[in-house]
Design a protein around this ligand. Structure first.
Ligand code: C2E
Ligand code: MG
Ligand code: MG
Ligand code: MG
Length: 292
């Protein structure tokens, strides 16, 4: 409530001060501050990529990583990506953040190929697809300069991309596929678009949202849903990933219903590059993490 008191003092004696108003103001101020500091972060290189392992649930080996952006600002402290990505999307900063994520993650993954073959998944905002040509160029460029085989790059998008589709999108996704790049639909089950898009667009992988995995052990309805999603993915020839696995019992359920790939805190949180590299070098890393 310190902020509220401050606001009251600064409020120029307005009589209709309300808590709601103060809260609104705090939210606006924070957005403005994040936008300002994000500009600085780009200049000062204070953005970082972390890597969370993707696991083959049968073999318990690392088959890849999802690259996730991290930002700790000198004034604001840690800001969660959900928060700053949304602000970047509204303030024309997402292109720069997106190209930082793509370039950092792909060059990093190209180096890791020498340890073991692995895939790198990079998240893309729907906003980045407004300029399909530019995005395609960026992806072609980074694959060329890094020499990462295209099939080792996995482009993660959410259903919102399909919902707000514009003309070029279909061609753009087809072009990526013809290059060999993989295409994942992220947070599957949380969007509101017709399922037919899974057929129409050239997706190769579907990531079941953490919300369905969370209560898997207790909730029979969620079990049925997840089983149905996995069956559908297989029928459509899509790979399927269970996101947000936190317990052994969730892992066992997914394994039992032949969901091949998993990701979650049970195995590892997203890690800085050097720590992820340590996991990659140890063939038994995941077994140790699950049982240790
Ligand atoms: P996402 O792409 O769905 O990423 C998965 C999120 O789930 C990550 O959150 C990850 O840390 C979290 N997670 C993974 N396993 C578990 C688990 O077992 N339990 C729990 N509670 N959480 C788990 P994070 O890193 O905070 O990222 C949030 C979202 O921000 C991402 O969701 C993605 O939409 C966005 N994001 C992150 N980095 C980037 C980026 O480089 N570019 C874009 N466009 N978006 C990004
Ligand atoms: Mg993702
Ligand atoms: Mg997700
Ligand atoms: Mg998400």
């Amino acid at each position: 409530c310190a902020d509220m008191a401050l606001y009251k003092v600064k409020g120029n004696g307005r009589k209709n001060f309300s808590f709601y108003e103060a809260k609104m103001n705090d939210e606006v101020n924070r957005k403005v501050a994040i936008n300002l500091r994000l500009h600085a972060a780009i200049k000062e290189n204070s953005l970082e990529m972390y890597y969370q392992p993707l696991i083959n649930l049968k073999t318990q080996k690392i088959i890849g990583a999802e690259a996730l952006m991290r930002w700790t600002d000198s004034e604001l402290g840690f800001v969660p990506p959900d928060e700053f990505i949304a602000i970047a999307e509204k303030n024309n900063l997402i292109e720069q953040l997106g190209s930082f994520a793509l370039n950092t993650a792909v060059h990093q993954a190209a180096k890791w190929q020498k340890i073991t073959p692995m895939q790198i998944a990079v998240n893309f905002s729907s906003v980045q697809f407004r300029n399909c040509k530019q995005l395609l160029n960026d992806i072609e460029n980074v694959l060329n300069t890094s020499a990462l085989p295209p099939e080792r790059l996995d482009v993660e998008v959410t259903e919102s991309l399909i919902i707000n589709q514009e003309g070029e999108l279909f061609d753009m996704l087809q072009t990526l596929r013809s290059m060999g790049v993989e295409l994942s639909i992220d947070d599957f089950g949380t969007g509101y678009s017709a399922l037919s898009y899974l057929q129409k667009f050239a997706f190769t992988k579907l990531k079941i949202d953490r919300g369905f995995i969370m209560n898997l052990s207790e909730n029979e309805a969620d079990q049925s849903l997840v089983m149905a999603i996995v069956a559908m993915a297989k029928a459509l020839n899509l790979k399927v990933v269970g996101e947000g696995i936190e317990t052994k019992s969730q892992m066992k359920f997914l394994n039992k219903i032949d969901c091949e790939i998993g990701q979650g805190y049970l195995f590892s949180k997203p890690l800085p590059a050097d720590q992820f590299e340590e996991l990659l070098k140890d063939p038994d890393a995941i077994q140790k993490l699950i049982n240790g």
